[in-house]
Design a protein around this ligand. Structure first.
Ligand SMILES: [Zn+2]
Length: 302
């Protein structure tokens, strides 16, 4: 039964083939790698990524390093293919890029090949972390990037800081072959998706889903089943996908959190995905909510 739940492979933003190269991050080694003829740099600007069709636009590291860049300059993403070094840079001036090269990963990420999307997402998360962590959380003094952007180190107390990933549960609520989906305030008309919430300190994944379900829609949940998860680089979540069983179909909406929540039958969801019905607008293909609904549709009833 559980094997019936299979996502599209790979999960959008996951499946990067790049080796993070933990052991090759000394200053000397990074300088050597930047000078390699096979080395390349992917280019970002304010969270957007420069693309060249389904692939990412690339430039030579030496050429990019001479441009005005946001902190921390070039970051080393790792080795791809046969050991080709790949770096990333966040440009201060996007006028250097071809017109329309920059894409918004959240809205246009589906245009990229799977491995390009995964690499771009990782770079976006890492740059966002650097941008928001210029100071030490221990003593308040300035931090500097180290090991090609893999961490930041405080110049005063020498505390090391590493990029964070925040766990979020995202869950389809199921009862009698229907799913409960919600919509937030200000979402596009007709758009419904799986409920989600951050895991709080001291909670398991299951406890977080039960709490969120009770808070947001008054649902008493049990029988949580983990399906798959997704890195979500806006800015840095790990979306943990579940299907959870509701005791009944009663719904009490927390209007501060949600504008609406509604049960949809398997036939409703199936029609939406086959584009023969319009019970709701489905979440974009790059989201785990889309993949969860698709996996649920592909699973056996009950
Ligand atoms: Zn410090």
């Amino acid at each position: 039964m559980d094997n019936d739940f299979m996502p599209d492979c790979p999960i959008p933003f996951a499946g990067s083939q790049v080796d993070f190269a933990e052991l090759h991050r000394s200053e000397a080694k990074l300088a050597e790698l930047q000078a390699e003829s096979r080395a390349s740099t992917i280019l970002l600007h304010k969270g957007q990524v420069a693309s060249d069709g389904p692939q990412l636009l690339r430039a030579a590291p030496a050429q990019v390093a001479a441009l005005p860049l946001y902190d921390p300059g070039l970051i080393f993403l790792g080795f791809e293919g046969d050991g080709d070094p790949v770096f990333a840079a966040s440009l201060r001036d996007d006028s250097l890029l071809p017109p329309d090269a920059l894409i918004d990963l959240r809205l246009q990420g589906h245009r990229l090949a799977a491995d390009a999307l995964a690499l771009a997402g990782r770079a976006r998360s890492i740059f966002d972390w650097h941008r928001t962590h210029p100071f030490c959380a221990q003593c308040g003094q300035a931090t500097v990037s180290s090991e090609g952007g893999a961490k930041r180190v405080c110049g005063a107390c020498e505390t090391e800081h590493f990029p964070r990933v925040n766990p979020v549960v995202i869950f389809l609520i199921e009862h009698e072959d229907s799913v409960l989906l919600g919509r937030g305030h200000g979402w596009p008309p007709g758009f419904y998706s799986a409920l989600a919430g951050f895991v709080s300190p001291g909670e398991t994944i299951e406890e977080a889903a039960s709490r969120e379900g009770l808070e947001e829609v008054g649902a008493v949940l049990s029988g949580h089943r983990y399906l798959f998860c997704q890195p979500w680089p806006f800015p840095s979540q790990l979306m943990i996908g579940l299907v959870s069983q509701a005791r009944d179909k009663r719904v009490t909406i927390d209007k501060k959190e949600l504008e609406d929540a509604r049960w949809f039958s398997r036939a409703d969801v199936s029609a939406v995905f086959s584009k023969t019905g319009e019970a709701f607008m489905r979440p974009p293909r790059t989201t785990i909510a889309h993949q969860l609904l698709k996996a649920w549709l592909g699973s056996a009833s009950g």
